[in-house]
Design a protein around this ligand. Structure first.
Ligand code: DON
Length: 582
């Protein structure tokens, strides 16, 4: 395996036209395979596998292991995620390798004796860690649809961990920013803070413990992570340092193969199909419900107040439904058919005023059980409030020469997860915070409201917003997309889809376009800085509260040029992402 170096794709990236803010204004075009990730070295790892004859699934698994080395904030083997696959044959599948709550977890485990939520316990340290799913998910995907050996697709990651890679400006800055939390954990401090001496851009980050762990996994497969030396090391960390995960929890972990959620739309004279993420993702249901409603809305673009208003009103309603109904489908009766039924969208859409903002105090979840679907026995669950999520997560998209496509989003939840690192060299998630951690307590980070069905219980998967999605146009592969960003994942992914499918934007423009988000509660539109003040004032005049944030989401997408079949890679310029192809 030749060493991977940043900058191989640089010329291709540099030579594209750029806009006034220095963002590339055109996607990277190739005729064979294309990979878009947050980190050039991650994209390179995948392209290397494609060039060696691997298919999109081989490359996706290689990318995921490589990002676990070069993007420690979110790339992981100590977390979980989703992988949506559409093979060139038309076969689709969804791997759910979301983490689960440990067997000793309890509904009120983060609530102190004083009845108050311990603000830190679900987000920092070993007690916030849910049973990781990544290694089980990736190895299952590879075994099911890959063509290469695990050791071969893991080779780039092992190389990067063992020999190191140059620390980018961004990474050095992240270590600095996360320093106060990382330094609380001896292993994290040693690996990521250089034992307190702090890394500078250009320094080499070598991760020998991680390299050794990856080598054992490459040799022994998932059994290593869930029962071998890695499992024993992790469980030893847990028992010494206050975590709950046991060998039994690891032995019991199972990734799930789920049916892809699908919906059809006509737009611009073409028949489109959206292939997206089923529960425990809330995102696929939300996106289909929103797109059903938006079929009635003539979208003009995001400088048009009517378009932004309508999407915000639709999202307000979609998130009210998310709060009431979405949870782990293995334990809750989630009314997916009702929520994604166009007939239900009609009913909900009828409550939208095209000129005035509704109030989230008045808008409540609808009743998806009565419209065109046989009533299920699902009840309206009690609504609870959960802590939100901090950045960060990572999404990557892969298309190979044969037209196989993978959309994958995986996460440690917060940036650097729990900030605790296993002695086996990998950061651990704080995914427990995606459960509803305390009934009725206002949300700390994202104000995300969720249902009682999402309460903590052993073996349950916390509700997720991650939404890897693939679009077909007239039956052919057209767009592979997804994003990080907690609940804003849903909006960022939806907007990328609308930009491509409804507004016909060039793929890079579809990624660059300014983003906004409404999640029902808090009752306000979050808007990126790039929106003009005039648009914000026009929204305020309609009764919307607005709140500016710098950037929202990091969408790394691959589109297919319908005329030529070329792959068009569009990484998000909000980060150091890179679309690399061949
Ligand atoms: O699964 C989820 O919805 C969250 N754990 C994702 C967190 C996230 O995207 C934070 N990132 N920016």
């Amino acid at each position: 395996m030749p060493p991977l170096v940043r900058g191989q794709a640089a010329a291709e990236l540099r030579d594209r036209p750029h806009d006034a803010q220095g963002w590339p204004s055109q996607a990277v075009r190739t005729s064979h395979g294309m990979i878009a990730t947050d980190e050039e070295l991650g994209s390179e790892a995948g392209v290397e596998i494609l060039k060696r004859g691997g298919n999109a699934v081989d490359a996706a698994v290689a990318v995921a292991f490589a990002l676990a080395v070069v993007e420690p904030a979110a790339g992981n083997i100590g977390g979980g995620g989703f992988m949506l696959i559409r093979l060139a044959s038309g076969k689709t599948t969804f791997f759910d390798y979301r983490e689960v709550a440990p067997g000793n977890a309890t509904r009120d485990m983060y609530i102190g004796k004083d009845g108050k939520l311990d603000e830190e316990a679900s987000v920092i340290g070993y007690r916030s860690v849910a049973v990781p799913g990544t290694v089980a998910g990736l190895t299952l995907a590879l075994k099911s649809y890959g063509s290469m050996k695990l050791a071969d697709v893991m080779a780039p990651a092992i190389h990067l961990a063992q020999n190191g890679f140059p620390i980018s400006k961004r990474l050095a800055h992240e270590f600095e920013e996360e320093g106060s939390s990382l330094q609380r954990f001896a292993v994290s401090r040693r690996i990521f803070l250089n034992d307190g001496k702090m890394f500078q851009p250009g320094d080499t980050l070598r991760q020998p413990e991680l390299a050794a762990t990856l080598k054992r996994i490459a040799r022994n497969g998932a059994a290593e992570f869930y029962g071998g030396e890695t499992a024993h090391t992790l469980v030893d960390d847990m028992s010494r340092l206050g975590g709950l995960i046991t060998l039994d929890d690891l032995a019991k972990y199972q990734p799930k193969v789920r049916e892809v959620l699908r919906a059809k739309f006509d737009s611009n004279g073409h028949a489109w199909e959206v292939l997206t993420s089923p529960p425990p993702s809330s995102g696929g249901v939300a996106i289909i419900e929103a797109m059903n409603m938006l079929q009635r809305v003539p979208l003009k673009g995001w400088d048009d107040v009517d378009s932004v208003h309508m999407v915000a009103e639709v999202m307000r309603r979609v998130f009210a439904d998310r709060a009431a109904y979405l949870a782990d489908p293995d334990y809750a009766n989630v009314p997916v058919a009702g929520l994604t039924d166009p007939c239900y969208a009609n009913e909900v859409f009828a409550t939208v005023d095209p000129q005035h903002a509704s109030s989230s105090k008045i808008i409540k979840a609808g009743n998806p059980h009565t419209c065109g679907v046989a009533a299920s026995n699902a009840t309206f669950p009690e609504t609870l409030v959960s802590l939100g999520e901090g950045p960060h997560t990572t999404h990557f998209s892969v298309v190979d020469a044969a037209g196989n496509a993978v959309a994958s989003t995986y996460t440690l939840n917060d940036s650097y997860g729990s900030h605790a690192t296993s002695s086996a060299g990998f950061l651990l998630n704080d995914e427990m915070d995606d459960f509803t951690t305390q009934p009725g307590v206002p949300n700390a980070l994202f104000g995300l409201v969720q249902s009682a069905a999402n309460a903590i219980a052993p073996g349950h998967r916390p509700l997720s917003s991650m939404t890897p999605t693939i679009l077909l146009r007239d039956g052919k592969l057209s767009f592979v997309t997804g994003s990080p960003g907690g609940p804003t994942i849903i909006s960022a992914t939806l907007l990328s889809i609308l930009n491509w499918m409804r507004l016909g934007m060039e793929p890079q423009a579809a990624i660059n376009a300014p983003r906004f988000h409404h999640q029902w509660l808090p009752d306000r539109i979050l808007m990126e800085g790039a929106f003009p003040e005039s648009l914000e004032s026009a929204l305020n005049a309609r009764g919307h509260a607005t709140h500016r944030i710098g950037h929202m989401g990091l969408v790394n997408a691959v589109a297919i040029d319908p005329a030529t079949g070329d792959r068009l890679g569009a990484a998000d310029p909000r980060h150091d992402g890179a679309a690399v192809g061949y």
